[in-house]
Structure formats: structure tokens, C-alpha cells
Design a protein around this ligand. Structure first.
Ligand code: FAD
Length: 349
């Protein structure tokens, strides 16, 4: 049976970033990265995304932004009651498949990378045995970077994300306002929103499935899932779940790219330091893991358009201190939601 030190399941943002980071921190480790998809199917899966990443994410990762399609400078939110809020927002629209290929180029010759699908996992003494489409693999640690329906999580953790939301996404052959990411809120989006982002010279649109109409001029139509309500990212001392496998996506913004890549860096560091519990310690103390995001999602999901308008009236002038102060003085559930929204700006994307 083939043996490796570390088996990484999933070569998306979290798995690729993990392999890149760990091979840099400890070049002597034998790391195998597998993904069930290759070539066009891999690229298509990873195009199903708004591809928006904050500038802060790259700074935090100590990495220069790459494979940028568009620069983002502002975010616009449209709320019921004709409330429109515009705020500065520094970030990028990535060409996500190209970005992933560039990460794979970084690990070429340092990490074994192959197309293979994980079917199941079991513990055998101190080892973990993975049953994959290319045969059985023995490893001492397994990294679940295999997305919303993680097979690693299914076999080695008793927890499941609290909710998994189906999302429709379209690329349409119409330009968007350059530099602006736009969000529309309302009761029809069932706790979510619809978005319109630039995508090169075209636009990237989407909304929770069943909550919007197919737009005109569609070039590509896709659907994928967003898991929210996280699980323990360290279900066993030798099993680490990253990004969507641990449902780390922010329930208010649905942003998951930044935390997927950051979780990968933190997990790699914990393994290089010889103490995987450091990974859970990071997560437990992290601003991404803030219970009020989930609470605010659950409360605001029940709001109708009138309630949303009443809540947002305080922020008509923008998300400044005065709007927050008014919402805090009103108390009640609005106070909790306002605080969570404010935190979500820092940790949401
Ligand atoms: C429509 C949509 C729009 C989004 N827009 C944004 C956005 O604009 N900004 C943002 O920050 N976040 C966004 N997100 C969230 C973001 O896409 C995810 O949080 C992020 O992709 C998580 O990365 P990951 O590497 O953890 O998982 P994934 O990207 O899901 O990667 C998982 C990988 O594992 C592989 N895999 C799965 N099962 C197996 C198996 N059994 N064996 C081998 N390989 C396997 C898959 O093929 C895949 O390559 C969006 C999500 C959706 C659905």
C-alpha cells in the first residue's frame, strides 16, 4: 500500500494553499494532494463563485494578489425602502481557476498532485487508511479541504454544517460598473442577497436558488452550495478540516475565500510546529468564528421588507458610528444584528 505523511483531499483554495504553505515550512514531508476533478471540470467547478477577495486577505497571507480580473474599490448595497449605501471596499475579482493553477505551479516538484477521488477513510492504529479511486493510501494525517460535502468530514467527524445553501450563479455578457460590487437585499432572498460583480468586461450575478429570475444575456449558468454554521475543524488530532469542509463561510456575507486560505496557512503552521491543537486554538480565538454572525443570520432571515427598511433607516448615511449608535440605542434584536454586521465588515471577505 502506498504511504505518505500527509494526504490533502481537495485542490481548491484551501487544499492548494495548505500544500503550498506546508511544503515551504517543512520540505521533508511527503505530501500528496488529490482532487476528484481535472482540467475543464476542475476549472468549471471553481468558476462558480463571485471571485471577490478583499485586499486585507492578501495582506494577511503575506501574498501579492495574482490573476486579478478587476480591481474593487466600492461596495453598494440596495435595501428595501430605496435605501442605497455605498462604502469604500478594497479588493479584487480574481480569475479563480487561473489563481488555482498558479498555486499548483508553486508546488510543482514539491508536492505530489494527482487526480483521484476519496471514497472513504478509516483509522488503523496510529495511521489513517484512505480508499481512493487510485487505490488505498496510508497516511499519518489527513487534511479535509474537500468542500461543502466533505468526504473527510463525513467519515471522521460526527458534526455537520448547520445549513447548506444552494446558490445560482450566472455570467452575463453585459458590463458592470467598473470597481463596484453590488448587493441587493430583501425578503425574497431568504436571509441572503443577490449580487452583481464585474467579471472582466462581463458581469457575474447570483442569488440563493429559487429566489431570483434568470437574467438576460447569460453566457454561463451554474449552481453550487455554501455551507454555514461551522463544525469543529479538528475532529481528531490527525484530521484537520479547512475552509468549506469546516463550514467556515461567514453566514452574513457568504464570503469564504479568505478564511479558506487563512485556515490553510494556520493548519500548515500547526503541523509544522508539531502540535495540531494550535489549529483549533487559532479558530477558537479567531474573529472569523464569532457566534453572533450565525445569530444575526437567523434573526434577519425572518425579517420582511418593512422590518429591513426600519433596521436600515439608521444607516442611510452609511455604516458609520452614528448609525451604529442609533441602532445600539434602539436595543433589542436590531442591536445584536447591527453589531454582527459591523464585525462582518472586518471578517466577511
Ligand atoms: C456561487 C458562489 C459564489 C461565491 N462567491 C464568493 C465570493 O465572491 N467571495 C468569497 O469569499 N467566497 C465566495 N463563495 C464561497 C467560496 O467559493 C468558498 O468558501 C471557497 O471556495 C471554499 O474553498 P475550499 O477550498 O474550502 O472548497 P472548494 O472550493 O469547494 O474546493 C473543494 C475541492 O475539493 C474537491 N473534492 C471534493 N470532494 C472530493 C473527494 N471526495 N475527493 C477528492 N477531491 C474532492 C473538489 O473537486 C474541489 O476542487 C462563493 C460560493 C458560491 C457557491
Amino acid at each position: 500500500m502506498r504511504s505518505v505523511n500527509i494526504l490533502v483531499v481537495g485542490a481548491g483554495l484551501s487544499g492548494s494553499m495548505f500544500a503550498r504553505e506546508l511544503s515551504r515550512l517543512d520540505p521533508n514531508l511527503d505530501i500528496l494532494l488529490v482532487d476528484r476533478l481535472a482540467d475543464g471540470r476542475f476549472d468549471r467547478y471553481h468558476r462558480i463563485c463571485g471571485e471577490a477577495v478583499s485586499d486585507r486577505a492578501f495582506k494577511e497571507l503575506s501574498m501579492e494578489p495574482r490573476n486579478v480580473r478587476n480591481r474593487i474599490v466600492r461596495a453598494r448595497e440596495k435595501w428595501p425602502g430605496d435605501i442605497v449605501i455605498e462604502e469604500k471596499a478594497e479588493g479584487y475579482i480574481l480569475d479563480r481557476p487561473a489563481f488555482l493553477h498558479s498555486l499548483h505551479d508553486d508546488i510543482d516538484g514539491k508536492v505530489d498532485f494527482e487526480q483521484s477521488s476519496l471514497h472513504s477513510l478509516r483509522k488503523e492504529g496510529a495511521a489513517i487508511i484512505a480508499d481512493t479511486s487510485s487505490g488505498a493510501i496510508r497516511c499519518s494525517k489527513v487534511i479535509g479541504a474537500d468542500g461543502a460535502f466533505s468526504t473527510v468530514r463525513k467519515h471522521l467527524s460526527s458534526q455537520r454544517p448547520r445549513r447548506t445553501i444552494a446558490v445560482k450563479q450566472f455570467v452575463v455578457d453585459e458590463p458592470s460598473e467598473e470597481g463596484v460590487i453590488e448587493f441587493t437585499y430583501g425578503q425574497r432572498y431568504d436571509g441572503g442577497y443577490s449580487w452583481r460583480f464585474p467579471c472582466g468586461g462581463m458581469s457575474n450575478l447570483g442569488f440563493p436558488r429559487g429566489c431570483g429570475d434568470t437574467p438576460a444575456n447569460v453566457v454561463e449558468e451554474n449552481a453550487r452550495y455554501i455551507p454555514i454554521g461551522h463544525v469543529d475543524p479538528l475532529p481528531m488530532s490527525d484530521v484537520l478540516l479547512l475552509g468549506d469542509a469546516a463550514a467556515m463561510v461567514n453566514p452574513l456575507s457568504f464570503g469564504g475565500i479568505r478564511v479558506a486560505m487563512l485556515s490553510a496557512q494556520k493548519a500548515a503552521q500547526a503541523i509544522a510546529d508539531g502540535d495540531t491543537s494550535l489549529y483549533r486554538r487559532w479558530w477558537n480565538g479567531s474573529g472569523f468564528n464569532n457566534g453572533s454572525f450565525w445569530d444575526a443570520y437567523m434573526v434577519s432571515k425572518g425579517w420582511d421588507d418593512q422590518r429591513m427598511t426600519r433596521f436600515m433607516e439608521d444607516f442611510r448615511g452609511g455604516y458609520g458610528i452614528s448609525g451604529l449608535a442609533k441602532a445600539m440605542l434602539r436595543g433589542g434584536e436590531g442591536r445584536m444584528v447591527a453589531k454582527a454586521f459591523m464585525q462582518s465588515f472586518r471578517y466577511g471577505w
